[in-house]
Design a protein around this ligand. Sequence first.
Ligand code: FES
Length: 127
Amino acid sequence: MSDTIYREIIIDHYKNPRNFGKIKNPDFKSEVSNPLCGDKIKMFINIEDDKIRDMKFMGCGCVISIATASILTEKLKAMKASEILRMSNDDALSMLEIKLSPNRQKCALLGFWAIKKAISGSHGVKK
Ligand code: FES
């Protein structure tokens, strides 16, 4: 993917984040923040029989954190909760297809950490 196309995708997801909002009475929710900047993502997830029924997020953060939370919620909604729990940070980053410095990787993983933290409550697994 060229840098220009990549930048356009990121800006599009930042300006029009998918799955942005709150689920009323979610089965699971979480909040994570980036200690470097204080940005926060809140995640709301409904799960039924290991299937993700709905996933929404809210938060304030940089372009990368909001855009990647948007991209990841789109992709991970199609997966099973148990599959997501087995994913590593590297799996999430490769799903994003972005080359980032270590500090920017924290921005890009904020949404993923929020998803895993919320889902871990559904399986009794600590993050
Ligand atoms: Fe705060 Fe990116 S600068 S999450």
